[in-house]
Design a protein around this ligand. Structure first.
Ligand SMILES: NC(=O)c1ccc[n+]([C@@H]2O[C@H](COP(=O)([O-])OP(=O)(O)OC[C@H]3O[C@@H](n4cnc5c(N)ncnc54)[C@H](O)[C@@H]3O)[C@@H](O)[C@H]2O)c1
Length: 327
């Protein structure tokens, strides 16, 4: 199988490429990535010479470059996005351009070349916040931030292409991911790398916002299950059932790194900050998927990875900048 991964130099995309090359000895992967601040070829350093892996620097908003990349592949998996909620609150333009218009460019290329499958990697944030219960795939989309609104728009475009043109799309909506190679502006790598330097960690509001934390490798295995067994036109939630407050995550990291609680700095809450995300995952479970890692094991692996890979995160840190984050 020849797979075009867009945004493969980012956090989840690079983990997915590693996972797929290791899992399927005959699959070929083309990684098409613009290399924004979040794209990092160091994430793929160990496989850059693998004959089954090719990198193309390109923008998913560029129809000519996209057409060349899509031609002849068996599946397109779109990870490319602006992904940081706080940045979307400061300025939404890039989010609208890449996340919505870029998705449309990809969908048009997939239609033009009759690509057998297109997978849109989306997020549980499209459902918005809920104090009780969990969203099914049929839940209303009520996104709160410009980021989640742009992702919801992209999901709707995918569904419109399926209905109108019969484009073979599938959407995955995963919860908060964590693991190796996550840009250190997101909560877990920001806090771990700050604490490794004894820098305070900024917690938004009262720290009681709840997210369902999924180890990135489990999400990659979920996307793999959807790719091979998912039904075209469908949406699949992927979450590990690890609902935890930001404060619990913070205390877990502090305790594992043996650092004092005095390093917690409560800061003004994020605008429009969703209180709780929660998704129902029986549909992906019916494909035979379940998370392989329990939370305690996965967070330990993750913290140890950042401890042991300072070469990776050090160049990405801006020491003077302390920003709060939920994702
Ligand atoms: N990180 C999470 O917790 C999470 C959870 C659910 C869903 N998602 C979704 O998964 C996908 C990947 O997330 P991530 O955390 O790996 O993001 P990331 O920010 O780490 O990586 C995004 C990648 O996309 C590339 N990119 C950005 N704009 C591009 C463009 N115009 N053309 C080509 N490449 C471009 C970047 O260079 C980068 O390599 C996103 O679509 C995101 O919405 C993420």
């Amino acid at each position: 199988m020849k797979i075009l991964v867009t945004g493969g130099a980012g956090f989840i995309g690079s983990n997915f490429i590693h996972y797929m090359l290791n899992t399927y000895p005959d699959y070929e992967i083309i990684n098409f990535d613009k290399l924004t601040y979040a794209g990092n070829l160091n994430n793929l350093k160990d496989i850059e010479d693998n004959p089954r892996y090719t990198f193309i620097k390109g923008d998913i908003c560029d129809p000519i470059a996209v057409s060349e990349a899509v031609k002849g592949v068996d599946v397109v998996i779109n990870f490319a996005a602006e992904s940081h909620v706080d940045r979307s609150i400061t300025s939404a333009k890039e989010f609208i351009t890449t996340n919505i218009m870029g998705t449309e460019v990809l969908l048009e290329a997939v239609r033009d070349f009759s690509t057998p499958k297109y997978i849109q990697v989306s997020t549980d944030e499209v459902y918005g916040s809920t104090e009780i219960g969990s969203f099914k795939e049929t839940g209303l989309l009520t996104p709160s931030s410009p980021y989640s609104a742009s992702k919801a728009s992209a999901d709707l475009l995918c569904q419109a292409h399926y209905t109108t043109f019969g484009t073979p799309i599938i959407i995955t909506r995963s919860s908060n991911n964590f693991g190796p190679y996550q840009y250190p502006e997101k909560l877990i790598p920001l806090f771990v790398t700050n604490l490794l330097e004894d820098i305070p960690i900024p917690v938004y509001g009262d720290g009681m916002n709840i997210r369902d934390w999924c180890f990135v490798e489990d999400n990659c295995r979920g996307i793999d299950a959807v790719l091979h067994q998912g039904q075209v036109g469908e949406v699949y939630n992927i979450g590990a059932g690890n609902e935890k407050t930001n404060l619990t995550i913070t205390e877990t990291i502090l305790s594992r790194l043996n650092k004092p609680k005095s390093l917690i700095q409560f800061v003004e809450d994020r605008l429009g900050h969703d209180r709780r995300y929660s998704i129902e995952t029986s549909k992906v479970a019916a494909l035979g998927w379940k998370p392989r890692y329990d939370f305690d094991t996965a967070i330990a692996i993750t913290i140890d990875w950042y401890k042991n890979n300072e070469w990776w995160w050090r160049p990405l840190k801006q020491p003077s900048k302390i920003e709060a984050t939920s994702k």
